[in-house]
Design a protein around this ligand. Structure first.
Ligand SMILES: *Cc1c(COP(=O)(O)O)cnc(C)c1O
Length: 443
């Protein structure tokens, strides 16, 4: 089955089941076999590297059933907040397969990780000082230091982590920084890992490889400095870009390994244990968003389809349409591809601000009320990370399996009800501003 045929069969089943329809005008779908295939491709690309830990970056899809699936498929997990760590534990990841990378870890967060044996990467030298105080001799946590090799940015500034002024890691080329890093390792025999995440979307592979080659050279330099093999593992981060323009997966994990190896042959030769932290490249192409067209209108001579997919499920695309274009396809109410003549149309969302448009003047079969639009490749960072503007409920997310020509669904996230929206919007404190004041503000 082609991607298009799969999408059509999912839409047909989803509209028949009512998971997509008048009561639920937008929903997210995740392809379970697709995720398993992506995980397999990652493992195969690194098959020659002994003992690699592939940690999924939770922020790309913070949904417990998906994390559970990834754990079952042999992945570890990268977390960047106390909430993500809680999700990883709830999904059943063993603490030693979790890597904590929060950019602003509190003392409580550090203590929890060190107590549970979760691996962590300090973002900066001040954080290492905190770990000195909090770390008990019994802690099994692998502790690393994140560095910024400052190799420069890619096409999307907001996605570029290795720029001269990035907020992440120790900026290696700043005056005196290298010496301070060497010294930090010399003083801490338990500091055994180096971490860099040179990403992400928009960053070409040679740039990522250049940053990781610098990471390798730093590890060698540290080990020479301390006179032993203290640094034993390299955490290479994630950041493999995704092709959002058609169905093909490019670059592949194999391409990534080839470019890394061509740039620094020793990087993956087994002398260091390797950790990866891919997110988008594992999930993006394994999910899509479907939404009903509510109305169609003309404005200033332009056709506009008012749909139920806007910034609440595609925030980046709406706010940065040039950096994050998504493919949109047009389908009839039963999911079949529309065959009406193509005309330029704005595909707008339901939010109450003028910029809420997911595709501008896109050439699509002419849409009408009741049709369905599909936003492709939204399995990472889109419907799984909704935005609560206009108090729109979080849409349902469904996992799907194709079996014997049939589409089977399993729930991943229940659509939020309006009662839940009201509840989380302070309903328990409804009277508080009239009579609820107290010294602590917690009443
Ligand atoms: C976001 C992030 C990742 C994952 O990035 P992708 O582009 O989704 O692969 C990995 N590591 C760190 C530290 C991150 O912040």
């Amino acid at each position: 089955m082609t991607h298009q045929e799969k999408v059509v069969s999912v839409l047909r089943q989803a509209t028949a089941d009512g998971v997509l329809g008048q009561d639920h005008p937008v929903a997210g779908f995740i392809d379970v076999q697709g995720i398993r295939d992506s995980v397999t491709a990652l493992h195969e690309a690194f098959a020659h590297v002994p003992d690699a830990l592939h940690a999924f970056a939770v922020k790309a899809c913070p949904l417990v059933p998906v994390l559970r699936l990834l754990a079952d498929a042999g992945m570890g997990c990268e977390t960047a907040s106390p909430g993500e760590t809680r999700l990883a534990l709830a999904a059943g990841f063993a603490p030693e397969r979790i890597v904590l990378d929060s950019p602003a870890k509190t003392r409580a967060e550090l203590r929890e990780a060190l107590d549970l044996g979760i691996a962590l990467n300090a973002d900066n030298l001040a954080e290492l000082d905190r770990i000195d105080v909090l770390r008990t001799t019994g802690s099994r946590s692998v502790v690393g230091l994140r560095v910024n090799p400052q190799v420069g940015g890619g096409a999307i500034a907001e996605m570029s982590t290795a720029t001269p002024h990035s907020k992440f890691g120790v900026a290696l080329d700043d005056p005196g920084a290298r010496a301070r890093v060497l010294d930090a390792f010399l003083q801490r025999p338990w500091l055994t890992r180096l971490h860099a995440h040179v990403g992400s979307q928009g960053c070409p592979l040679p740039l990522i490889a250049q940053g990781l080659a610098a990471l390798y050279r730093l590890a060698e330099e540290i080990n020479a400095h301390v006179g032993g093999r203290q640094v034993t593992s390299l955490d290479l981060g994630g950041g493999l870009p995704v092709n959002f323009s058609d169905d093909t997966t490019t670059p592949t994990f194999r391409d990534y390994v080839r470019v890394l190896t061509d740039t620094e042959p020793a990087l993956l030769d087994g002398s260091y244990q390797v950790v990866t932290e891919f997110g988008r490249s594992l999930l993006a192409k394994n999910g899509f968003t479907a939404a009903l067209v509510e109305y169609v209108k003309e404005s200033g001579g332009r056709r506009i389809a008012l749909t139920h997919a806007g910034a609440q499920v595609a925030a980046r695309t709406v706010f940065m349409p040039d950096a994050w274009p998504v493919r949109v396809t047009a389908h009839g109410p039963d999911g079949r591809p529309k065959t009406t003549a193509r005309v330029p149309q704005d595909v707008a969302g339901p939010l109450c601000f003028a910029g809420d448009v997911v595709a501008h003047e896109r050439l699509l079969p002419e849409l009408s009320e009741g049709d369905v639009v599909v936003l492709h490749d939204t399995g990472a960072y889109y419907f799984s990370a909704p935005w609560a503007y206009n108090s729109l409920p979080r849409p349902g997310v469904y996992a799907l399996l194709h079996r014997d020509g049939e589409v089977l669904f399993a729930p991943v996230r229940t659509p939020q009800t309006l009662e839940e929206v009201v509840q989380e919007s302070g309903l328990p404190h409804a009277e508080a501003l009239l009579k609820g004041f107290g010294p602590s503000g917690r009443s």
